[in-house]
Design a protein around this ligand. Structure first.
Ligand SMILES: [Zn+2]
Length: 234
């Protein structure tokens, strides 16, 4: 397991970003369809740690072989610049589509490894754009990574059950959803029982493509998780 914060600090990720930078123009409309400017942010080096939300004043230039200069403006501290090298130069905050393109290019650099991107179904429209970006910077369709889209858990409205929005208080727990769906520590039974039910659920979802390539309402997830392990399912 590796978080984005850890990954962006690696030499492989930074080298990949520096390598794709000269070709970024070709992919810009795939990565930012509404503006044509894929966002990149580097936080202000002063204690505020702020970065421009929409990167309006952020400029990137390939300064030489193996490093790039990013300049931006902090509302408190004024203009600042960061030099990004394969081994350092500050946090590299790329917008979602942009970071996924770099992430996938970095993964594909590992020869003789079958890379599989595993995402929720809500990412399906986004992955079409990443595929377009990867081809725009020079990959062929055969070089694109394999993709696996996992079932999405939805509220009764059909929207994704957004754990982050509910946790932050911006959305209410929808009908049928249980507190343990947001925080597994709130499972009413034992940890062993939770693990058994989860394993059972995974077995069911993987038992047939028609069970895997679909969405589940929070209420249905709750029902499936209430079935004792090994019980027949329909
Ligand atoms: Zn600042």
């Amino acid at each position: 397991m590796e978080t984005y914060s850890q990954q962006q600090a690696t030499g492989l990720f930074r080298e990949t970003w520096l390598r794709v930078l000269p070709r970024l123009d070709a992919a810009s409309l795939w990565l930012a369809p509404s503006t044509g400017v894929p966002h990149l942010r580097v936080p202000c080096p002063h204690s505020c740690g702020w970065a421009e939300k929409y990167a309006q004043r952020t400029r990137v230039e390939l300064a030489g072989r193996g490093f790039a200069r990013v300049s931006a403006v902090c509302l408190h501290h004024g203009p600042y610049a960061a030099t990004i090298t394969p081994t350092g130069g500050g946090y590299l905050d790329l917008a979602t589509l942009y970071r996924n393109m770099v992430k996938e290019l970095a993964a594909l650099a590992e020869a003789d490894v079958l890379q599989v991107m595993v995402k929720g179904t809500d990412w399906m429209p986004g992955s079409l754009l990443v595929d377009g970006a990867l081809q725009a910077v020079g990959l062929t369709r055969g070089q694109l990574p394999a993709r696996l889209f996992c079932p999405m858990i939805v509220a009764e409205t059909g929207a994704k059950l957004s754990k982050s929005l509910i946790r932050s208080g911006e959305a209410a727990l929808p009908a049928g959803a249980e507190p343990w769906m947001l925080d597994t520590r709130k499972w009413p039974g034992t940890v062993g029982e939770f693990a058994d039910r989860l394993l059972n659920l995974a077995g069911l979802l993987l038992s047939h493509p028609r069970h895997f390539f679909r969405s589940y309402s929070a209420a249905e997830l709750s029902r499936l998780m209430s079935l004792p392990a090994g019980s027949p399912t329909t």
